[in-house]
Design a protein around this ligand. Structure first.
Ligand SMILES: Nc1ncnc2c1ncn2[C@@H]1O[C@H](COP(=O)(O)OP(=O)(O)OP(=O)(O)O)[C@@H](O)[C@H]1O
Ligand SMILES: [Mg+2]
Length: 510
């Protein structure tokens, strides 16, 4: 029996014709009921509807990872909240009809946290997130299909859950590279093509789950058709997908400057070059992007313009010291894998930041500097029989090789400094774990280090293990606001007795 060809997607009909395939449906095909594919759509939707953040909560979360960029954090957080709250409130088709999606354009120099901001937002709110470079599309020449792949990738990210994918975030980097006027010769056409492909998706379109150019996928559709007698119309609606595009947009400040005229910006001699650029980025309007080489229709669909600022040496220092995603954590882990402890002083971090800022690649400069500095340490130290720790200070960053050689000939050179660090680490840890303030003596630290060595443990882990069993005792301590308990050698030697003494003393103080 011949299949009703009109039920086949057009692309597939053409494909099959080309391959000379005759389409036959199985007899039971006529009896197949309407598929219940949409049945659990509500459930999936409910997941996205769980969104329950306020802009300030998103900003607080971002603050833990991203240093500076306060304006960007606020605008992004607000736009994301609006977007997801809108989805929640729009129950029927009619409610959503007039909504204008808050797609976002994120601008600013390289390495200052544009991608990082969006990654962190997606992680916090738990929606599927896809990131790609816009340049990828201009190179293949086959525009439409590729751009749609972004949306299909969201389905992969959502483990095949189309309903969830429809509430995802698509992040497109290097968007400035597909601007017509600034494209490399010969690429203009595809740049505009990509813009057109994207603008369709940014609004609302139905993307087929299987790409017409994906023969394997189409064959699978055919097999499903043969089994069920009908094609499940699987498409992904882009109506609620949030698009965020970003780029460095070199040259944009000049365009803005031309538009507003130097006078209006109130340029004074005392404003540094960086500040000037940052002021200009702040003034970016859609018209500047059109001048830059974007189609008006494309830019018109990106109503939220957000800018990120260049990072100063002080910012880079804060990234190292305070960001939960600090690169130093990675370095500490890398060395710890060989049983080597690393300690970064403020001086050391400042020195890294000072060198990194000269690279002019934003926070990426930190990676460049650290990689260069620690390259040899990573190679040599794992083989060393004695070196178990080192301290990163200013001198080490300035002369890493000389300091490495010094360390190899005198493996104990950092001992006192490390003990100092460990004293404060132990004290902090105690406060964190048990909410008890202690003062740890350097002798106690040395004692703990010896014990840790014997059992082959990290001193801090050993410390927690030693005192971990006394939580009930700690509960009996009479604490006043100024109570500080001392961990000295005898306490380390006999912690049970030590804690008993603390309890007794704490009552006597009353
Ligand atoms: N403001 C910041 N706070 C903390 N870490 C940051 C910040 N900016 C950048 N980083 C770190 O640097 C890395 C690179 O930053 P990111 O990928 O966000 O750069 P970008 O602004 O997207 O640059 P590009 O325009 O080159 O894509 C991040 O993964 C992050 O670890
Ligand atoms: Mg980026």
């Amino acid at each position: 029996m011949a299949a009703d060809k009109s039920s086949l997607p057009e692309e597939l009909q053409k494909l099959l014709q080309r391959q000379g395939v005759r389409i036959q449906a199985f007899p039971q095909a006529q009896n197949v009921q309407e598929d219940d594919a949409g049945d659990d759509a509500d459930e999936r939707r409910a997941k996205a509807l769980q969104f329950d953040f306020k802009p300030s909560q998103i900003k607080d979360y971002l603050d833990r990872y991203v240093i500076q960029q306060d304006d960007a954090k606020k605008v992004l957080a607000t736009a994301v909240c609006d977007h997801y709250h809108h989805i929640q409130s729009c129950q029927g088709e009619d409610d959503c009809r007039d909504y204008k999606k808050q797609n976002i354009i994120l601008i600013g120099p390289t390495g200052v946290g544009k991608t990082y901001l969006v990654q962190n937002i997606a992680r916090l709110i738990g929606v599927p997130f896809v990131k790609a470079d816009a340049t990828k599309f201009s190179e293949t020449g086959y525009v439409g299909g590729d751009v749609e792949d972004l949306v299909r990738d969201l389905v992969h990210q959502a483990d095949g859950d189309i309903g969830l994918a429809e509430y995802g975030i698509v992040y497109l980097d290097e968007i400035d590279k597909i601007a017509g006027a600034h494209s490399v010769a010969g690429r203009d056409v595809s740049g505009h093509g990509v813009q057109r492909g994207l603008l369709k998706m940014m609004e609302e379109t139905a993307v087929p789950l299987r790409s017409p150019s994906d023969i394997a996928g189409q064959m699978q559709s055919l097999m499903e058709f043969q089994a069920k007698g009908k094609f499940e119309k699987k498409t992904i609606s882009t109506k609620h997908i949030l698009f965020i595009v970003s780029g460095a947009f070199d040259g944009l400040p000049n365009i803005i400057k031309k538009r507003v005229g130097a006078k209006q910006i109130g340029f004074r001699e005392d404003i540094g070059v960086l500040d000037k650029e940052h002021l200009l980025y702040e003034m970016a309007r859609s018209v500047d992007f059109i001048e830059y080489g974007f189609e008006a229709e494309f830019i018109g669909r990106l109503p939220v313009i957000v800018h990120c600022n260049q990072l100063t040496a002080e910012d880079l220092f804060k990234i190292l010291k305070y960001s939960e995603g600090s690169l130093l954590k990675q370095y500490k882990r890398d060395f710890l894998a060989y049983g080597i402890d690393t300690y970064f002083t403020d001086d050391g971090m400042q020195a890294i930041a000072g060198k990194a800022v000269k690279e002019q690649t934003g926070a990426r400069g930190l990676i460049t500097v650290c990689e260069k500095t620690f390259r040899n340490y990573k190679y040599v130290l794992p083989d060393h029989p004695v070196v178990r720790e080192f301290v990163v200070g200013d001198e080490m960053i300035q002369k890493p090789q000389a300091k490495l050689e010094e360390l190899l000939s005198n493996p104990e050179m950092y001992r006192d400094r490390v003990v100092e660090f460990q004293v404060s680490r132990f004290e902090e840890k105690f406060q964190q774990e048990y909410a008890i303030r202690v003062r740890v003596t350097p002798e106690a630290v040395l004692q703990l280090r010896r014990q840790a060595d014997e059992v082959g443990k990290n001193p801090l882990d050993h410390f927690i293990e030693v005192f971990g069993g006394f939580e009930h005792g700690f509960n009996l301590l009479q604490k006043t606001s100024g109570s500080v308990f001392v961990i000295d050698e005898p306490v380390v030697e006999d912690p049970s007795q030590g804690v008993d003494n603390w309890i007794r003393e704490s009552y006597q103080k009353d």
